[in-house]
Ligand binder design. Structure first.
Ligand code: ZN
Length: 283
């Protein structure tokens, strides 16, 4: 099983996690810029964090043969802190860099006017840099947050096929499926989606336009939930090819739209799994 985790926060994880992921087939991942738990008080903290996402963390991943990419944005929660707003001014510098394969995580946390403004500004940046967008949906009030998210995406003019709406569940999946956006699912150890619930959704909605991630971070989470979902799919009668589509080809297709996905072997520089640098691939 080859796995591309399209949403995982490796900054918060250990080398044991990297080793276990590599042993279970994780060959590539995307680390979205997000909230670190401790509120940041100045733009400098973001700059250092973004630099780590394009420098230090890819180096750490490469020690385990894993290709690391990231997404860059001002996250929804800190969009509400006036001390963090200045970050919007440094984003263009990062969105131009190799290894940055989308704008994200953007979207809503508490659905405030400040979040509206920052979300819209970052959708504009996605258009300007022709990048896909990773949209977080709120954990509270998820249904209303998802509806509003899709409205804002529609108004922005960013094409639906360039947007993944993440952290979906049984309640919110239908609306996103109908919108033409990609459907993201975060599989957690004991809250939100689990592998068996994911399998039920895949039966109902199919394997197209679906991204499954572990969203592992500093909270209780498990970087092997992608692998567990692949096992659950096989146990439920999905084929190896179905699993490969969901856990590898779909994330490659989605983030490949950036033209910046580098899937050459992290250790040798050779191509692996039939993919090299997908530069200019925008299917
Ligand atoms: Zn996240």
């Amino acid at each position: 099983m080859r796995i591309f985790d399209p949403h995982i926060h490796m900054t918060s994880r250990t080398t044991d996690d990297y080793a276990a992921m590599a042993a279970h087939g994780v060959q590539a991942l995307v680390e979205p810029a997000f909230w670190l738990g401790q509120p940041r008080t100045s733009v400098g903290s973001f700059v250092d964090y973004f630099d780590a996402l394009i420098g230090w963390e890819p180096f750490r991943a490469s020690q385990f043969g894993i290709r690391h990419h990231c997404t860059i944005a001002l996250n929804p929660k800190e969009a509400n802190d006036p001390r963090c707003r200045e970050v919007l001014g440094v984003l263009p510098r990062y969105l131009a860099k190799d290894g940055v394969v989308a704008v994200g995580e953007v979207g809503y946390d508490s659905m405030t006017p400040e979040e509206d403004e920052v979300f819209a500004a970052q959708l504009e940046l996605a258009k300007r840099f022709e990048l896909p967008v990773l949209v977080h949906t709120p954990h509270r009030d998820k249904a209303a947050g998802t509806t509003r998210t899709l409205d804002v995406v529609r108004e922005s003019g960013v094409p639906a096929e360039r947007v993944v709406v993440d952290h979906l569940n049984e309640v919110t999946v239908k609306e996103v499926a109908d919108s033409g956006c990609w459907m993201g699912f975060s599989i957690y150890p004991d809250t939100k989606m689990d592998p068996d619930r994911m399998v039920v959704i895949l039966r109902q909605f199919g394997t197209e336009r679906v991204l499954v991630n572990s969203a592992a971070d500093w909270g209780k989470s498990d970087p092997l939930r992608t692998y567990a979902t692949g096992r659950a799919m096989l146990a439920a009668g999905f084929t190896e090819d179905d699993v490969d589509q969901v856990l590898w080809r779909n994330p490659v297709a989605f983030y490949g739209q950036s033209g910046r996905l580098d899937l050459s072997d992290a250790r040798t520089g050779d191509t692996f799994a039939g993919n090299s640098i997908l530069r200019g691939a925008r299917s």
